[in-house]
Write a protein that binds this ligand. Sequence first.
Ligand code: S3P
Length: 428
Amino acid sequence: MRVVKVFKASKPFNLECSSIAPDKSISHRCVIFSLLSDKTSTIDNFLLGEDTLSSLYIAEQLGAKVKRDKSHIEITPNRGLIEPNDILDCGNAGTGMRLYAGLLSGVNGLFILTGDKYLRERPMGRVVKPLRDIGAKIDGRKNGSLAPLVIRGGKLKSFQYKSPIASAQVKSALILAGLRADSKSYYREDILSRDHTERMLNGMGADITFLKDGWLEIKPLKKPLKPLDIRVPADPSSGFFFAVASAITPNSSIILKNVTLNPTRVEAYRVLQEMGADIEFIEKENIYEPIGDISIKYNGELKAVTVSKNIAWLIDELPALSIAMAVAKGRSVVKNAKELRVKESDRISTILEGLNRCGIESVEREDGYDIIGGELKSATVNSYGDHRVAMSFAIAGVLTSMEIEDVACVDTSFPNFFEILSEISEIR
Ligand code: S3P
């Protein structure tokens, strides 16, 4: 088990950072959506994390030709996806598994999707059930609620589906299925989840329209889509670890360069701003979505905050935000965040256990928690194999030295995380 010690920063830092990991959600989609074209897609700054590389290997197993030079990749799909001669391993990636399930349900052939021991315990019924309802033949452990998933792809019916959860993975799986259905389909969610899928597929020529009454209309594809030509922006969820480091370290600041500023992705920065950090968004261009820099400066002690709205827009940042809450003045409250329990770990329990080891008091609820701000103490914390939990406590180490157990998982989304952190703190 890989263990890392992060030592308290000996001085303030002022960084400009151009090497935050490329966006994970967009990188997965680049690979999967390139399979809907008949021409070569060109992707720059692709995330070379384990999660997205798993998606890329699956694309190759499905017949795509992949040329790769560091983070520049070119994907030329096979005409029609081919039935692979082995299982498809999504690694730790929920996005990979759920999006591929949606895509492959409509493709002739047998496909078996599996993943690591964590992914095999995460809920898959949320995509399996609606896909079965439109004719997909899918099975899996516990009557299809757990991977491995066995898919016998074939014809799909159109649908009108109101999702009980705001999940971009479920939405994207259904959109991919809808593109192969026999006529127009409709999808609805109570709160808009991240919308990279709609933006990117429409940019490639698909017809996915957000109707005035809140339904998303998906027209089946008549012909292959245009290929992608994209430079993946930096991942705001990865950048957020360093945003928190700056917001809690006196006289420090960071500028995160070329990050996606998609509103469904930067809500956590707005919460950190509400807590008192000095944050500025500088929009520079628009490639499928707004992209620019985010500047974060320490601005005195943070104050407690209540987070209960737009949870889908900051779900991935709640572990790091919890570190900010732990050192803020007062009691912070997180509500309506039950989804945290089914992420790479049960994040409500893994975050609170870690904070408890650091001497921070909290109250746990089924759908959230309270954190009573105080003084973080050095401790040894286990990540439980969850990359975002590992990185959040590593950031806490900048304030008060920390030992983190089981950090290999960081490679799933942010392989150069410790390299950047070492510009702030000593690491052993
Ligand atoms: C993702 C969607 C979110 C997010 C995950 C990536 C995506 O999950 O937590 O890290 O790329 O679509 P849900 O859609 O399950 O909420």
